[in-house]
Design a protein around this ligand. Structure first.
Ligand SMILES: Nc1ncnc2c1ncn2[C@@H]1O[C@H](COP(=O)(O)OP(=O)(O)O)[C@@H](O)[C@H]1O
Ligand SMILES: [Mg+2]
Length: 396
C-alpha cells in the first residue's frame, strides 16, 4: 500500500470518528486534532463565520499557545483567511513569516509557524468557515495534500453543521420547556403576590400609626422604622412583580418624550443629589412627539435612571440625551458607574437577575417588555470600569 493510500484510509476512519458525536465542541476539537496529525503539522485552527458580524471567529485550535487563542476575530473582507471564504478555494502560503498580508507575522515567528495551508469548510449550500494547518518548517504541499485536507474539511463541515443543528434544536426545546414552566409558575405567583398586597397594606398602616405614637429616638421607635423600611421594600417587590407578571396593554397617545423624561428626572433629583451625581440634559427643543404609553415609558426611564444612579455610589456624571435618528427617537442614558461584567451581561434581561443587595432584578426585564410592546428596542452598552449607556429606540 502506498503512503497516500494509508492517509486516505486514515481519513476515512477520522471522518467516521468526527461524525460519531453531536457535541459541537467535541466535533470541533476532533477536527483540528485530526487535521494536525493527518497533515503532520504543528498547529491546526478552525474558524467559523459569524454572519451577523461579518467575521471569522476562532472556534478551535490544536497545538497553539494561548497567545494564538487570544487573537481577535478576523474580518472576512480584510484578512487572508477571509479570502478562502470569498473565493471558496484553498490557500497556500509557503512562509507566513514573509507574507505581508499575514497580519500576525510576529506571532507566527514566536510560535514557530511557517507554511500555511487553508481550505474552506464547505457544506452542501454554504462555506461555513476555514480550516488552517501550519507547519513548523517550510513545506511544499502537493496536490494530493490539498485534496486530502479538502476532503477532511468537507467531512468536517457536514459534522459541524449537524452538530450545530442538533444544538439549536436542543436549545429551542429547552427554551420551550422553560417558558412553559415559567408561565405556570408566573400565574401561581401572581396570584400569591396579589393576595399578599392586602395584608401588607394593613400592616403598613398599623405600623405607621404605632410609629406615630412612639418617640422616634426610643429603641422601639428605631425598630419600627426598620420594620417600615422593610415593608416598603416588600411592597415595591410585589408591585414590580405584579407589573411583570400581569402587564397591561399599552394605552398609546402622542407624547413629548422630553416632558416624560423631565418628570422622571424630577422624581430622582433628591436621590441623585444625595449621591453627589450631576445630571446633564442634552436635547433639542423641537423633537417630534412620539406615539407611546406615557406611564409605561416613565417607568422605563425610572428603571434605567435608577440603575444608572445605583451604579455610581461615589458620585459622577449622568448624561441623558434625546435625539431623532432614522425614523426613531433615541434616548441614551449614560453613567460613569462600575459597568457590567461578562457574567451580568449574559443575564441582564433575565427576570430576578440582580447583583444588588435588595435588588428585585425586574427593572430591565419589565423595561424591555414595555419597549418591545412599543415596537422599540432597549439595549445596554457597557465597559467595565468606565460606565454604561442604556439606549431606548422608539419608532416615530
Ligand atoms: N447602569 C448599570 N450599570 C451597571 N450595572 C447595571 C446597570 N444597569 C443594570 N445593571 C445590572 O443589571 C442588573 C439587573 O438590573 P435590573 O433588572 O434593573 O434589576 P436591579 O436593579 O433590581 O438589580 C443589575 O443588578 C446590575 O447588575
Ligand atoms: Mg434596577
Amino acid at each position: 500500500m502506498t503512503a497516500l493510500q494509508d492517509r486516505f484510509e486514515a481519513l476515512f476512519s477520522i471522518s467516521t470518528e468526527i461524525s460519531s458525536t453531536l457535541e459541537l465542541e467535541e466535533v470541533l476539537q476532533r477536527v483540528v486534532a485530526h487535521a494536525c496529525r493527518l497533515m503532520e503539522a504543528r498547529v491546526a485552527s478552525l474558524l467559523l463565520i459569524d454572519k451577523e458580524a461579518g467575521t471569522l471567529r476562532p472556534a478551535a485550535t490544536y497545538g497553539a499557545s494561548v497567545d494564538y487563542l487570544a487573537l481577535p476575530d478576523r474580518e472576512i473582507d480584510d484578512s487572508l483567511t477571509g479570502e478562502v471564504v470569498k473565493t471558496g478555494l484553498p490557500l497556500y502560503i509557503p512562509d507566513v513569516r514573509e507574507e505581508t498580508r499575514f497580519r500576525v507575522a510576529d506571532l507566527a515567528r514566536r510560535e514557530g509557524l511557517c507554511t500555511l495551508l487553508a481550505v474552506p469548510l464547505r457544506t452542501k449550500t454554504d462555506v461555513i468557515g476555514v480550516l488552517n494547518v501550519y507547519t513548523g518548517e517550510p513545506r511544499c504541499f502537493e496536490e494530493s495534500d490539498v485534496r486530502l485536507l479538502t476532503l477532511l474539511a468537507t467531512q468536517s463541515a457536514i459534522a459541524i453543521e449537524n452538530a450545530t443543528l442538533h444544538r439549536d434544536e436542543m436549545e429551542a426545546r429547552e427554551r420551550l420547556r422553560q417558558s412553559e414552566k415559567l408561565a405556570a409558575l408566573g400565574k401561581l405567583s401572581a396570584g400569591l403576590a396579589h393576595e399578599l398586597r392586602n395584608p401588607l397594606n394593613t400592616m403598613s398602616m398599623l405600623i405607621y400609626a404605632m410609629a406615630r405614637e412612639l418617640p422616634a429616638d426610643g429603641p422601639l421607635g428605631a425598630d419600627l422604622q426598620i420594620v417600615q423600611g422593610e415593608l416598603r421594600r416588600m411592597s415595591l417587590l410585589i408591585e414590580q412583580f405584579l407589573e411583570f407578571a400581569r402587564p397591561r396593554p399599552p394605552h398609546f397617545q402622542r407624547e413629548r418624550l422630553e416632558e416624560i423624561m423631565e418628570e422622571t428626572l424630577l422624581l430622582l433629583g433628591p436621590e441623585a443629589r444625595s449621591r453627589g451625581i450631576m445630571i446633564y440634559k442634552e436635547w433639542d427643543k423641537n423633537l417630534p412627539r412620539v406615539w407611546v404609553d406615557g406611564t409605561q415609558i416613565k417607568q422605563v426611564f425610572l428603571n434605567l435612571l435608577l440603575n444608572a444612579l445605583q451604579a455610581m455610589p461615589n458620585g459622577g456624571k449622568l448624561t441623558v440625551r434625546l435625539r431623532e435618528s432614522g425614523g426613531s427617537l433615541l434616548t441614551a442614558i449614560t453613567d460613569e458607574g462600575e459597568g457590567i461584567g461578562p457574567e451580568a451581561r449574559a443575564n441582564l434581561f433575565q427576570p430576578f437577575f440582580t447583583t444588588k443587595q435588595g435588588g428585585t432584578g425586574l427593572g430591565l426585564s419589565i423595561s424591555q417588555r414595555i419597549i418591545e410592546g412599543h415596537n422599540g428596542r432597549l439595549r445596554l452598552f457597557s465597559r467595565p470600569g468606565t460606565g454604561t449607556t442604556a439606549i431606548v429606540r422608539l419608532p416615530l
